[in-house]
Structure formats: C-alpha cells, structure tokens
Design a binder for this molecule. Structure first.
Ligand code: SAH
Length: 256
C-alpha cells in the first residue's frame, strides 16, 4: 500500500488548513494533487492529521482535516545529536538525514577547536529542509530541530538536562571492559561527535567537567559521519527503539 503524501505546516488550529510555499508547490506541481486528494498533515506536535484537499488556488490549497491521532513512530526517549560541523556539505546532509531516520529529536551543530568549517543561515536552512524531507520519507510525525552553536561549550551546555551525556572521543580509553557507558542506557541522551579534526584534550576535559562521559567506538578511527550514525544506532538500539512490537490495545488511527 502506498502511504498518503505527507506535508509539514507551521500550525494546525482549525479544521481548514492552508498549504502554501514549497509544500504547496510540491503538492501541486510535482505530485499533481487536486481537490479530493487525501493527504496527511504534520505540525511537529507529534500528532498526524488526515485531510482532504478542498480547494486549489494559484499559490495555495486548502485542506479539510477529517481526523487526527498521535503518530506511532516517534521514539519514546529523547536523543539529541551534537555534531561538529564538517567542511563537506554533503556529509553534514548525510548525518542529518540518517539521524532523522534513526529517530533523533534534535541535531545541534557546533564548531570546535579543530574544525574550520563555516556555517551560515543558508546552510542551516538547507539542513532543516533535509530533516523535513527525511522525516516524511521515514514516516515520522516530527522533523528534528536543527540548531547551531558557535562553540563546543555552548552546545554541551544546551544538553545539560539530558540524563545521559555521552562524548565520543577518539582518544578515550575505558578503564575496564565493563565500564562502557553505552550499556544499560535508560532515559534521554545527548551524543557528542566531533568534526573531521576531532577533539583536543582540553575539549574532552571541558566535556567531563560538564557531566559528559567518554565513549569509545572501538580501536579504529571512524570518519565523523560514520561515528555519528554508529553512535546514534547503538544508542537507539540500547534504548529499545529497534523493537517493532505492536503494543496491545494501541489504535493509532482512532480519530480524536
Ligand atoms: N582527526 C581525528 C579523528 C576525528 S574522527 C584524528 O585523526 O584523531 C571524528 C569524530 O568521530 C571524533 O572526534 C569522535 O567524536 C568520533 N570518533 C571517531 N572514531 C572514534 C572512536 N574510535 N571512538 C570514539 N569516537 C570516535
């Protein structure tokens, strides 16, 4: 069964919702939706709204909402990825796309001592778009927030409320084989992965002083984008997010 097309709108406060801008252009010119087309609207609240196109104008279309329900695919636990922005734009896009598919709630990009990449508003806008497209494709109800912090410290501090703060450090060596912070994870997680330049010892010390635990991803040095996907995957698995068991009595498509 092919899924209904999904569109993000800023907010849904009424049974009649107007689709404008790029989402409208995509619906109209690429997908050729018309009056009567059934679609799903998303407002990043976690709810999904079934709607039917009720009128089409030159620059917008109106969608009549016929029901809403809580999306069933968002992870139950919040995971934030703090990623050192890399020079190659494609690699940042890759990380945003994969982290979105894996269920990450926020992707915070930062610049650190050994990174020389330059972030601007256009690049962030592009990444937000990639997150939205990826969220639609993998049937999430929410696109992750994309934020930018000019320093590692501000990025680290932004996640201070997370229950687990994990800092992937290429020169971290754990004291014992059992001392792996990736085991037995419960609760919200902040995951820090550096850019291609990696981290300095002073940065690792700073992270530790802010409550972050070093984690190793093995004896090989991974590329930044590999490390981000590997760490997010392991954490999602540990948090039980790779389960696909239908919980009894759960009817996500009930209207309400
Ligand atoms: N230029 C650095 C490597 C940077 S790798 C060097 O040559 O040493 C980019 C980031 O990926 C690192 O900052 C770290 O966050 C993560 N990473 C890569 N390999 C890792 C490993 N084996 N263990 C933990 N983190 C790793």
């Amino acid at each position: 069964m092919s899924e209904k097309k999904r569109f993000f709108v800023k907010e849904i406060t009424d049974n009649e919702v107007t689709l404008t801008g790029e989402e409208f252009a995509h619906a109209r010119t690429v997908l050729r939706l018309n009056v009567g087309s059934e679609i799903v609207l998303l407002d990043n609240s976690g709810r999904e709204y079934d709607g039917v196109v009720s009128s089409v104008e030159k620059r917008q279309m109106t969608v009549h909402i016929i029901g809403s329900y809580l999306g069933e695919r968002e992870p139950s636990t919040e995971v934030r990825l703090l990623f050192g922005y890399v020079k190659n734009a494609d690699k940042n896009e890759f990380v945003v796309q994969k982290a979105t598919e894996l269920g990450v709630k926020e992707i915070a990009l930062f610049c650190s001592e050994y990174s020389s990449a330059y972030v601007n508003e256009n690049k962030l806008e592009r990444l937000k778009k990639i997150a939205q497209e990826s969220a639609k494709q993998c049937l999430r109800s929410c696109a992750p927030e994309i934020t930018y912090y000019p320093t590692l410290q501000s990025a680290l501090e932004s996640a201070k409320d997370c229950q687990n703060k994990l800092f992937a450090c290429e020169f971290f060596r754990s004291d014992s084989p059992d001392g792996n912070a990736l085991k037995d994870l419960h609760g919200s997680c902040a995951l820090v992965v550096g850019s291609e330049g990696g981290f300095s010892h002073a940065e690792f010390e700073l992270a530790k002083s802010l409550g972050y635990q070093g984690v190793s991803l093995g004896k090989r040095i991974l590329r930044a984008e590999t490390a981000a996907v590997a760490l997010a995957s392991v954490v999602m698995y540990q948090l039980g997010n790779f389960n696909n068991v239908q919980s009894s009595g759960f009817h996500p498509r009930l209207q309400g």
